[in-house]
Design a protein around this ligand. Structure first.
Ligand code: SF4
Length: 215
């Protein structure tokens, strides 16, 4: 068995029964608009803040039309707990307006169409395609970028460079699970600073590229 697949199987075994919301996301197809808005709210904040802001917002408005009609101050108040609430509110408004005007209030299901909408980047686009449309894509965030570099699987400088490299290494059947599994692994074991190498199921396989202080 090749190294990437071995790594994936060890991580899936480690986290299979973990009751974490990010892992549960893979098993259920979500509402595309709510997935998109939650993803925009999740930028640069913790999961619990995203969940709180999304819950407050969707209780009041959960469609492009409803969010477009919300006064900006009210929207800012609803998503305040996600941080960067002013910028996020403006983005959410603009994205909703474009969906209404150009996409008949629907979230597109192709990457070029999603990326053409100002405010939607590659990671958000892939999260929507993966979790809302069940497409086999690899959504790369900071954890999904950092971990394969430490493992010596890729040698890349940005998440945008990492995505196609992972696509070449991992069989397609794992693509959707890479995001959730690596994020969970990155938050619990392969931490950004001082990773817990002594507790890591991948310890013997890992060259620990660029890892300084470790536990
Ligand atoms: S051994 Fe350390 S650096 Fe390598 S994957 Fe595990 S936690 Fe990360």
């Amino acid at each position: 068995m090749k190294k990437p697949e071995k790594i994936m199987l060890l991580l899936l075994k480690e986290f299979r029964y973990h009751k974490h919301p990010t892992l549960r996301r893979t098993s259920k197809i979500k509402n595309p608009y709510k997935t998109l808005i939650s993803c925009l709210l999740s930028l640069r904040t913790q999961d619990k803040n995203t969940a709180k802001a999304s819950k407050s917002l969707f209780k009041i408005a959960d469609t492009p039309e409803k969010i477009s009609k919300l006064p900006i101050k009210k929207l800012e108040k609803l998503v305040y707990s996600s941080g960067h609430y002013k910028k996020k509110s403006r983005t959410i408004k603009e994205v909703s307006k474009i969906l209404i005007e150009k996409h008949n209030s629907k979230v597109p299901n192709t990457k070029p169409e999603l990326l053409a909408i100002k405010g939607i980047g590659p990671k958000t686009a892939n999260i929507v395609l993966s979790f809302a449309y069940g497409q086999n894509v690899i959504a790369v965030d900071t954890h999904v970028h950092r971990i394969p570099n430490r493992l010596g699987l890729v040698k890349t400088k940005t998440p945008e460079q990492t995505e196609p490299e992972l696509g070449k290494l991992f069989p397609k059947k794992y693509w959707r699970e890479i995001n959730t599994t690596f994020i969970l692994f990155g938050k619990n074991i392969c931490l950004p600073i001082s990773p817990k190498c002594s507790q890591c199921p991948l310890n013997s396989l890992c060259p620990k590229v660029g890892v300084g202080k470790r536990r």
